[in-house]
Design a protein. Structure first.
Length: 448
């Protein structure tokens, strides 16, 4: 009918085929003559708008040789007929989860996007766990450094979309008696992270430095008031002097390392594939893998204690094992490339991870395979030997020096430069920091 139809309504070959087409409609749809004539008239009206009609033939291959899917044809037809803007097309493709159409029809050569135009799409992709769309948006210029703000991260933690997770159960341990409809704050999430990692680790969200920034950015008071249904924060005069006089800038709401924050969000909300994607981007891959490993192990332990299904425990344990393997593989690769740099990688202080080191994180995560790696063993041997140059028969030489003090003169010690590059124990590090603080406080008085 489409082939022979006329858009102007002129007489065509269809009129001579009218009786045949009506008979075909009767047989196909099992209707009477009158209803078949009505359907024929409706079809005739439709064919006068050929530009709005898309013919889909099942199992017919497209130009590329692939079989077209019905939803792909419908979505492409909508793009063509509705005259949607690129942003609206992207939102529709994201809802239908058709990244192939977004790649071929929307992100075409020459398409320019104004700054921030893709942020809403990125938020939607993260909330609905659309891994391929997150990759596509990153490839097309979305900057996570500019995208991820404190309000957006908090919104991600409170989204109802995505897989079921154990976050709310763990949160009840740190925030008992939560009312219905409670909205998680980043401070709450920080308490959860502190509980799961344990030890001396303290999340950035729970640090004193973060609180005034959070209060200013969210435009709410630090004091939180809750009722039975929900909770509200109201602006009061109880803000500290630092908060009251702190200027609000757009950079305050941003994170220096957004992929670190998104990795922890993905792990805590059990979006494993998203966590793997965030691990591949950004900095400090070894530290991120160890943090993810520890969080998954702790979540598996919490799931076992809360008598959840065995499948939940096994799933979390499997995810933790995967990040454990990634940490070991990454360290082994770095060690084979440059053993000195690999040792520094294990012992450098990570300001973004509560001042921990990768070695201390491995201990926290109980990563025995990484601690048994030659790179880790060399560091531990260096710590044990101190300033002694570790060569052949070092232990024997130490014993001989104890038995015969004059033999000490034959022991070899490291140079000053080598000692500066040596890893330190936590006690040595704290002692050196206190010495430096004392010097800095004495310098102004000496100058006077």
């Amino acid at each position: 009918m489409i082939k022979y139809a006329s858009e102007s309504g002129e007489q065509t070959v269809l009129e001579s085929m009218r009786d045949y087409l009506i008979g075909t409609i009767q047989k196909t749809f099992e209707v009477g003559l009158q209803q078949a004539e009505c359907l024929y008239s409706e079809l005739l009206q439709c064919t006068r708008k050929k530009n709005l009609i898309t013919v889909f033939r099942i199992q017919e291959r497209a130009e590329g040789g692939e079989v077209q899917e019905l939803d792909q044809v419908i979505l492409t037809a909508l793009f063509r007929a509705q005259h949607l803007t690129p942003s609206e097309q992207l939102s529709l493709a994201l809802t239908w989860n058709r990244v192939d159409i977004a790649r071929s029809e929307i992100f075409v050569y020459g398409q320019e996007w104004p700054p921030g135009a893709l942020d809403e799409a990125m938020m939607q992709a993260l909330e609905h766990d659309r891994i391929d769309f997150v990759k596509l948006l990153l490839e097309n210029g979305v900057s996570m450094r500019k995208f991820l703000t404190i309000p957006r991260l908090e919104e991600l933690y409170n989204t109802k979309s995505g897989p079921s997770n154990t976050l709310r159960y763990i949160l009840r341990d740190v925030r008992p008696h939560l009312p219905k409809g409670y909205v998680y704050t980043l401070h709450d999430i920080g308490l959860v992270i502190n509980k799961l990692i344990g030890g001396a680790y303290r999340c950035y969200y729970t640090r004193r430095k973060f609180r005034p920034i959070y209060a200013k950015v969210m435009n709410k008071s630090v004091n939180v008031h809750r009722n039975s249904a929900s909770f509200t924060r109201h602006t009061a005069g109880g803000l500290s002097l630092i908060t009251g006089f702190m200027p609000v800038t757009s950079e305050m709401a941003l994170f220096d390392y957004p992929f670190n924050e998104l990795l922890m969000w993905a792990v805590l909300t059990k979006r494993h594939q998203m966590a793997l994607l965030m691990w591949t981007h950004g900095e400090e891959a070894l530290a991120k893998s160890l943090i993810a490993c520890k969080l998954y192990k702790a979540m598996a332990h919490e799931a076992a204690e809360d008598d959840m299904e065995t499948e939940v425990y096994e799933e979390l344990r499997h995810y933790g094992k995967e990040f454990e393997n990634k940490a070991l593989e990454l360290l082994d690769y770095c060690y084979r490339q440059d053993d000195d740099q690999a040792q520094q990688l294990l012992t450098c202080e990570l300001q973004n991870w509560s001042g921990q080191t990768c070695l201390s994180l491995a201990v926290t995560a109980n990563h025995r395979a990484l601690l048994a790696h030659p790179c880790s063993q060399i560091i531990l041997a260096d710590l044990w030997m101190g300033g002694l140059r570790t060569r052949k028969n070092t232990n024997l030489k130490v014993i001989l020096s104890l038995l015969c003090p004059l033999y000490i003169l034959r022991l070899e010690f490291k140079s000053k430069e080598e000692l500066q590059l040596m890893p330190q124990t936590e006690e040595e590090h704290l002692e050196n920091e206190s010495i430096e603080d004392d010097r800095s406080t004495k310098d102004p008085t000496d100058a006077e």
